[in-house]
Write a protein that binds this ligand. Sequence first.
Ligand SMILES: *[C@@H]1O[C@H](CO)[C@@H](O)[C@H](O)[C@H]1NC(C)=O
Ligand SMILES: *[C@@H]1O[C@H](CO)[C@@H](O)[C@H](O)[C@H]1NC(C)=O
Length: 374
Amino acid sequence: MVRVHGGLVIIILILLLQWCELPRRAHGRCVVFNFGDSNSDTGAFTAAYGLYLGPPAGRRFFHRTTGRWSDGRLYIDLLAEKLGIAYLSPYLESSGADFTGGVNFAVAGAAAASHPQSPGAIPFTIATQANQFLHFKNRTTELRPSGRGSMLREEDFRSAVYSMDIGQNDITVAFLANLTLPEIVDPDGGGPLAAAVAEIERAVRTLHGAGGARKFWVYNTGPLGCLPQTLALRQRPGDELDPAGCLARYNAAAAALNAGLAAACRRLRDELPEATVVCTDMYAIKYDLFAAGSGKYGFERPLMACCGHGGPPYNYANLKTCGQPTATACPEGERHISWDGVHYTEDANAIVADKILSGDFSTPRTKLEALCEC
Ligand SMILES: *[C@@H]1O[C@H](CO)[C@@H](O)[C@H](O)[C@H]1NC(C)=O
Ligand SMILES: *[C@@H]1O[C@H](CO)[C@@H](O)[C@H](O)[C@H]1NC(C)=O
């Protein structure tokens, strides 16, 4: 039993109240609503399209198909574990969904903006995901009196963390449309990256306005130029590789999107003073995995996918991707950053999750657990 002076307890209580600006939640658990793409899709794409993402996906942890593009848990699953909530079920999963800890609106392939030059893109833009959230919130309110629906409380919506991890596919579709790097980056604000940033910013305002959201946790986009798929399929003769061996123009596009997003975060912080807007540098977290070489994290071949076709340097071949009979996976236990050439392994996701939780990559420097439990 630790004896604490009464005055000290009061001071600590006051500090806690100031930190949270709201009385502490009665049951002290987090609720998270997540918006994004395959980096945080826990099964929406397969539910939406009725697809089966078979083995070897899931071989490391779930041992069954879950619609996660990984051998195991995604970083968002590891965050859920740390926050003490259930893995976030996809909004689009109609059977067996568990929304007690929140909802996952992320869908693989989703871009922030809709890009007219890419008509084949999937329809789940960040604006659509935000609208789905508003629908979900309304339905919860409507059904609550009859004891049905998600049974999340109004205060759960108010105190929840709203996380976003989207933008990677905006870069992909822009390059696939054969736009040049200057056209994509377009500092005058007319390009596809500016559109992506504007849509993310607009989604925050929508969730804040119509949705009543007050805590935002926004990730910037990772180093797309380091992914085996990018390196294997998009590299052209004369293309520059950066010191980690990544495709420089793809990473330049990611950096440009991230600069725009950082500015958007500053604007949102100024304009929504009663909200907390934390922006987390996913690019720095992920780039470090590739740049560290084999030493720091034990990834012997940082740029080579575990599951794919063709062997070194990237083990990625079009139409022979992980899950196809023509692909093979590395032995279990062999450490890779990339699972299938596009998505991260559980080994990589675990490092990513730890770094997110450290708060060191967040502006302002805030810990997710502290934000969530307020
Ligand atoms: C939610 O309900 C509000 C008012 O009850 C309504 O104005 C709004 O359009 C609804 N939104 C959705 C997506 O259903
Ligand atoms: C982009 O360029 C490639 C190679 O020149 C071509 O095959 C492809 O059709 C072009 N894509 C679009 C969307 O124009």
